[in-house]
Ligand binder design. Structure first.
Ligand code: ADP
Ligand code: MG
Length: 325
């Protein structure tokens, strides 16, 4: 474990960070190479997102992705880990998330045993230094990521907007310097900075301080062509014609949201699931009845399901037919 502030260790660390950055630049020399390599691991990125990824790798900066549910934020972190052949370390955020679940906590039971053993041996309760030994440290995702062996890990801090503001403030040290400070142990800094992806659904505005430390990218739903590629990849039994209809139908649903009362429009996960369902039902072409009957795959809200009337579906089908090649 590297817990230090000494100059020699620090320069050694920066050299390693430089090395890993240089290796990264050699492997992914252009934005196109990022697009291609992501596609090879099953992720379809547009150029804007690939540019953000390229810069995050090159500049060694955390990347904050915001967008609606189901646009591929979490999936990007998984794909990056595959692309870089690194492990994925995931910190799922939620209301009430505390540092001890995110970073570390002390193994009190083991510390207690240590005290008892020391007492039994007639050595008193053991000194504080031995009690707060790294043996008794339970490492949670952030610390695991900082201490991951070469080649390092991809750290996904998922749905960071669900955590509360104090936790967000706590993240600043990590995001700015890839380090955390543990009162009993000192500062723990990454030897190889984790490739860090934060995601958020904008349930609340993140602080400027977090945004300033990250590169930022807003993710939209994929265009119909990219969504078709995703569907065909994940549900290969789908015919190209049906896949096209699904993708353009979904696109029209999403575009119509401004003029309808849908609470939440389907994400990519839902369209993929819909393709699976339609195949399971032996459907080769969309018609209003089948869309109405399977609305529960696309929507998860009773009002939205009821709102997808036969008449509305006909309108969407007609409009989306015009989009099919
Ligand atoms: N660009 C993409 N390339 C490949 N698969 C995608 C893409 N976008 C979304 N998906 C698929 O959609 C699903 C939902 O995406 P996810 O990353 O969970 O959404 P988010 O985290 O934005 O809510 C994923 O499991 C993945 O199968
Ligand atoms: Mg997600």
């Amino acid at each position: 474990m590297r817990v230090t502030n000494s100059e020699g260790a620090a320069s050694d660390r920066y050299e390693r960070a430089d090395e890993s950055r240089d290796a990264m630049s050699a492997r992914f020399p252009t934005i196109d190479s990022v697009v291609d390599n992501l596609r090879e691991v099953g992720y379809y990125a547009n150029r804007r997102l690939a540019t953000a990824v390229f810069l995050a790798l090159k500049l060694n900066r955390p990347l904050l992705l915001e967008g609606e549910p189901g646009v591929g934020k979490t999936e990007l972190a998984k794909a990056l880990a595959k692309m870089l052949q690194r492990s994925l370390t995931r910190l799922q955020c939620y209301d009430g998330l505390e540092q001890r679940e995110a970073v570390y906590e002390w193994n009190y039971a083991a510390q207690l045993l240590h005290i008892r053993a020391a007492e039994a041996a007639g050595k008193g309760g053991g000194s504080e230094a031995t009690l707060y030994d790294s043996r008794y440290l339970l490492r949670r995702p952030l610390l695991q990521a900082l201490q991951a062996p070469t080649p390092g890990t991809v750290l996904l801090i998922d749905e960071v907007d669900r955590a509360d503001e104090p936790f967000e403030a706590f993240l600043l040290e990590y995001l700015g310097e890839y380090q955390v400070t543990i009162p009993e142990l000192g500062t723990i800094k990454a030897e190889v900075p984790p490739i860090t992806i934060l995601t958020g659904n904008r349930t609340r505005e993140l602080s400027d301080a977090v945004k300033r430390r990250c590169l930022y990218q807003w993710l939209d739903f994929p265009d119909a062509q990219r969504e078709l590629s995703i569907i065909l990849q994940l549900v290969p039994e789908t015919s190209e014609v049906l896949g096209e209809r699904i993708a353009s139908f979904a696109r029209h649903l999403r575009e119509a949201r401004g003029t309808t009362d849908f609470h939440r429009v389907p994400g990519v996960a839902e369209t993929v699931e819909w393709a699976r369902a339609l195949n399971a039902l032996g459907i080769v072409e969309l018609d209003p009845d089948i869309v109405v009957d399977t609305a529960g795959v696309l929507f998860k809200d009773p009002d939205d399901i009821n709102g997808l009337t036969r008449q509305r579906v006909e309108g969407f089908l007609q409009a989306s037919g015009a989009f099919a090649r």
